[in-house]
Write a protein that binds this ligand. Structure first.
Ligand SMILES: [Zn+2]
Length: 834
């Protein structure tokens, strides 16, 4: 019977499908200006009939802006694939004429103790489909923009007179384009609803992420990627009152709008934020009741990590709202709620976009006042700490320091140079290598959210990471006990330090390994065919102390003349922001001489990485981005399905990101290792390497028995044992090549796995070891913390002439964990030395 009904429904649907009309989507009783182009008239099909590509979306938005005096359009930047990052500003023609003064008044209200909410428009930022394979948002964006441009209804006119809409139709153009290609190329003429059809099952890595496979909805706080950089600039320029983020979730779900689970709201977010979110939710509920769509609220998702689009606004006096629509993934799919059509999911997104605007208009005074008070209260908090400041830096690494300062700059946070070198709590802060951040400034709450360490929590479940303390992520020295008395000039024009060569040498050049970009410089040197060596021990020459891992480039017996080497290194210094010291003698005053056999010849790294089925694309993308964007190094991405056919002799290192590579080329890989190759396995790849006998490892197993945990509580009990992402302290042996370039004996490591490796009996085989009480920031259960204590996150073992190296933790997390990027580079460059 069910099947008969289904067949009937499908037949009915398939007839109805080709007749989806514009009126299906748009609110009733509205007339439309005929001079404004409909989406169909530009993209060539009705919305929802095909998945819109970003190219067509762009074209429509440009046409719409061209024809409507309610819309202006700008390109704020480009994605990695050079797609424009669009912003439409939608408001009344009159407001358009005064836009800059409206913006100024809006910002002023966050900076003064008096405000006039009368006559000031509310500012709403609407963003769509940050996950490219959650496309109903971006497809609905065309309809929402059309409706706002073309409706002749008085209500819409009133709305636009009182609202400035910052409209971001595609938060992830590269991902949207990739997914549209997938869904469209697999669409059948007779729409297939079978969830097993290829249409609903993307190939690796899917369209969720951006070009380098990053989840764009984790980058709002660290702002490392071009898409985030453009939108964060708009955010701070306007400080919108509401920001909405339209997503999709599982096909069998309904529709979700925030608030999320109340106990999982970040404690720095004001209570009033959640109350207003709830009140706005009433408008969504009413609108969904009207069209008969199911929905829910408060039972899932959270507002904890400020790197997410719906949470970031909450620490900036704004109200972030997450929408999640059940995904049809393709054009129509069977679900627990009957046939789920793409047009239906688009209509729900449109409905939520319009109910947001209705709420904004009706709650305008309350929401404007909320933002005003948020900043007034923040000012009071800040002035109570008016002499206090945070200091951060690394006396040996100006680049890492620069990149944290760059984040502050992107978030309109003010900071200063040091007046002079400073010693604080046993650390030296050098002028030019450190910055001072006064607590008494507008974005003081955001500063707290970036720098705080937190180890106590109301809830033990997290949708994402529970810690992101930025100076720990960057591996920088820092203190919250500095004073503004230490501050020199405010930094207006932040620049990466210039690298230089001290002078021309006919003997040798030395480059210390501490700077973040030292690997980029070394790679350039080795690629040029120059010989370079690494010092295994410390030494002193010309009155300067050189640490472990200093790189020496001899001036003689090279394929370039000393003159050519000098000018080549000058260019390298400039491009990689590192210094080269010229030396005229090999005789040191302390430690090894330059001709010592403790200087080891380096070979050019030739690195491949396994990608594809079984591999976690995020981890792989982070490494691809690191090599390609940061270090200008080649990294060959070998799909596991091609591994058997690949000539592995071209590589000396193969990286296996977290996962379990779906390959039968185990024998081939093993003989490559035995012949001298190095495998670097990350996180869950460790289990694969163990299973296939690449490496023998002792892991700690935890047995857990639930006591007094009810059936209803079982999920929370299990979830509390997950390490969603927290920061831990490890001690390092700086004489081991894996740790070259680190100046402290302690490093902070990001962890989101529960793999615990037992330390070796021989202490020198444990160059990185978690301390006895390693928690620095974030949530971990007591039993996990006990298990983690004194284990090791790094191991390396020989296999005949080659070796297998493993990391239990992600040292390249989301492009902002600068602090541990060097561990991977050390494993790549110095593989022969450990
Ligand atoms: Zn999503």
């Amino acid at each position: 019977m069910k099947n008969v009904l289904l067949v009937f429904l499908i037949t009915f649907y398939l007839t109805a499908q080709n007749q989806t009309k514009l009126s299906y989507y748009l609110p009733n009783q509205t007339d439309y200006d005929q001079s404004i182009p409909t989406p169909e008239s530009v993209i060539g099909h009705q919305v929802g009939e095909w998945h819109v590509t970003h190219d067509k979306l762009l074209f429509y938005m440009q046409e719409l802006a061209e024809s409507s005096n309610r819309i202006s359009i700008e390109t704020r930047g480009y994605t990695f694939e050079d797609r424009p990052l669009l912003l439409l500003t939608i408001t009344s023609p009159k407001n358009h004429q005064n836009l800059e003064s409206i913006r100024k008044a809006h910002i002023e209200a966050t900076e003064n103790n008096t405000t006039d909410t009368e006559g000031r428009p509310i500012v709403v930022y609407q963003g769509f489909s940050i996950h490219g394979n959650e496309p109903s948002g971006s497809n609905a964006a065309m309809l929402a923009a059309y409706h706002l441009a073309a409706s002749t209804n008085e209500e819409v006119k009133t709305l636009l007179e009182n609202t400035v809409i910052l409209f971001d139709p595609s938060l992830n153009p590269d991902g949207l384009q990739r997914f549209a290609y997938w869904a469209n190329t697999n669409r059948s003429k007779n729409l297939n609803t079978d969830p097993s059809d290829r249409e609903f099952n993307e190939v690796w890595p899917g369209g969720r992420t951006n070009h380098y496979w990053f989840d764009m909805n984790r980058d709002w706080l660290p702002v490392q990627l071009p898409e985030s950089r453009a939108r964060i600039k708009t955010f701070h320029k306007w400080l919108p009152n509401i920001l909405t983020d339209h997503h999709e979730m599982g096909t069998n779900a309904t529709f979700f709008f925030q608030p999320g689970i109340p106990s999982r709201t970040h404690p720095l977010t004001p209570k009033m934020n959640q109350e207003l979110t709830k009140e706005i939710g009433n408008y969504h509920a009413k609108a969904f009741d009207k069209i008969g769509s199911l929905y829910y609220t408060e039972e899932s998702f959270d507002d904890f990590y400020y790197g997410k689009g719906s949470t970031f606004p909450d620490i900036n006096g704004s109200i972030g709202i997450l929408f999640e629509q059940a995904s049809s993934r393709g054009h129509v799919q069977e679900s627990d709620n009957g046939l789920l059509t793409f047009p239906f999911s688009i209509r729900n997104q449109l409905t939520a976009a319009l109910s947001t605007l209705e709420a904004a208009l009706n709650m305008k005074t309350d929401i404007l006042e909320y933002q005003h008070n948020f900043y007034k209260n923040a000012r009071n908090e800040a002035s109570a700490e008016k002499n206090k400041a945070i200091i951060f830096g690394d006396a040996k690494d100006a680049s890492k320091t620069y990149h944290l300062a760059e984040i502050l700059k992107r978030h309109n946070i003010k900071f200063h140079e040091l007046k002079e070198d400073l010693k604080l709590s046993g650390k030296t802060y050098k002028k030019g290598f450190s910055y001072i951040v006064p607590k008494n400034q507008k974005n003081t709450r955001l500063i707290n959210a970036m720098f705080e360490k937190r180890t106590a929590f109301q809830d033990s479940l997290f949708y994402d990471v529970s810690a992101w303390t930025l100076p720990l992520a960057f591996g920088l020295d820092y203190s919250e006990n500095a004073s503004i008395a230490n501050a020199g000039n405010a930094v207006e024009d932040l620049k990466l330090k210039d690298g230089k060569v001290s002078r021309k040498s006919n003997y040798a050049y030395l480059m210390e390994w501490h700077d973040y970009y030292a690997p980029k410089a070394l790679s350039t040197i080795l690629n040029k065919g120059l010989r370079a060596k690494v010092g295994m021990k410390k030494f002193t020459i010309g009155g300067k102390d050189y640490d472990y891992g200093t790189v020496m480039i001899p001036a003689k017996n090279q394929n370039l003349t000393p003159e050519e080497i000098y000018s080549f290194l000058q260019k390298t210094a400039e491009e990689s922001h590192v210094d080269f010291d010229a030396v005229g003698t090999g005789l040191t005053s302390q430690g090894i001489d330059l001709g010592s056999n403790q200087f080891r010849s380096l070979e050019q790294p030739k690195v491949a990485m396994l990608v594809g089925s079984g591999i976690r694309s995020y981890d792989a993308g982070e490494m691809w981005h690191l090599f390609d964007q940061r270090y200008d190094m080649n990294l060959t991405k070998i799909d596991v399905s091609n591994l058997q056919r690949s000539d592995l002799s071209r590589y000396n290192t193969i990286i296996i990101p977290s996962g379990s590579p779906d390959t039968s080329a185990v024998k081939q890989l093993k003989s490559w290792v035995k012949a001298g190759g190095q495998i670097i396995g990350y996180r869950n790849a460790i289990n694969w390497l163990k299973r296939h006998k690449f490496i023998d490892l002792k892991t700690k197993k935890i047995e857990r028995t639930a006591k007094d945990v009810s059936f209803e509580q079982r999920r929370n009990y299990g979830g509390a044992q997950v390490i969603g992402g927290a920061i831990f302290k490890a001690e390092i042996d700086r004489s081991h090549p894996i740790n070259f370039g680190y100046k402290n004996d302690i490093i902070a490591i990001f962890r989101n796995t529960t793999i615990y490796l037992q330390p070796d009996k021989q202490s020198y085989n444990n160059p990185i070891q978690y301390t006895k009480n390693p928690l620095l920031s974030g949530y971990i259960s007591k039993s996990n913390l006990d298990s983690l204590a004194s284990t090791v996150p790094f191991k390396t073992k020989r296999m005949e002439r080659g070796k297998v190296t493993v990391f239990t933790d992600n040292t390249n997390f989301r492009a902002f964990w600068y602090g541990t990027n060097k561990l991977l580079m050390n494993a790549v460059f110095f593989r022969e030395e450990f």
